[in-house]
Design a protein around this ligand. Sequence first.
Ligand SMILES: [Zn+2]
Length: 287
Amino acid sequence: MPELPEVEVVRRGLADHLTGRRVSDVEVFHPRSVRRQAGGAAELVDRLKDRRLNAVRRRGKYLWIELGDAEAALLAHLGMSGQMLVQPAERPDEVHLRIRVRFDDDGPELRFVDQRTFGGLTVTDVTGPEDLPVPVAHIGRDPMDPAFDAEAAVGGLRRRRTGLKRALLDQTLVSGIGNIYADESLWRAKLHYERPTATLTRPEGRRVLTAAREVMDEALAAGGTSFDALYVDVHGDSGYFDRALAVYGQADRPCPRCGTPVARAPFMNRSSYWCPTCQPRPRRRHP
Ligand SMILES: [Zn+2]
């Protein structure tokens, strides 16, 4: 799954190229890419056609485009391999092109390309004072959101009865952090991923959230991380933050801080990477 910096890179590109343009035509080439739309392809086409695309917004890893006066939104689920590309009409179709959106100015088209078809596009209603798409309404603010309340998030972390990394990945408390940036933030904050959240001090909680904001800021400046070359901007180019990763994907390489070989262990069907010296495993409490 792309994480916050990769999604923000895409958001900025879409905002540059799509804002204010009116949809003239929509083609759906794969039914899985519209499976979240109750009325399928026909409903997606009907709700998009002749509408103007306005603000391109993001919360955590969720990305959407407001339609008209934000009475509805086009929500993009990037899934494992979804790409939102802006391409000249004369450019040959991508092998995995799933949805094409054309505009009445005959300018570049929006193409949803998705090799593994876990992603898709949906036109959804919006809700609440912030006009959030219904599927996004329960998602917490992310650490890069100017309205993010770090103290409340630290309190929320400490009230959980779970491990620290699991809590960071829970998108309702703090959004935007996935496996890559969780491991990098924990390394920066010198905290082990299995640290029980109930034992976390307030300064430790602040430290890990500050680290998350900093590492995602740096990743954004580098155009994001392109770990498997699927996370690309709207022109199909990938970022280069993977070169700056301290622990993620770096098993057995020296920790950039202390030189200890980076450790790796299975975690929630994926892996956790950490430095056993900088991030010692929490001591078990005796009964
Ligand atoms: Zn270390």
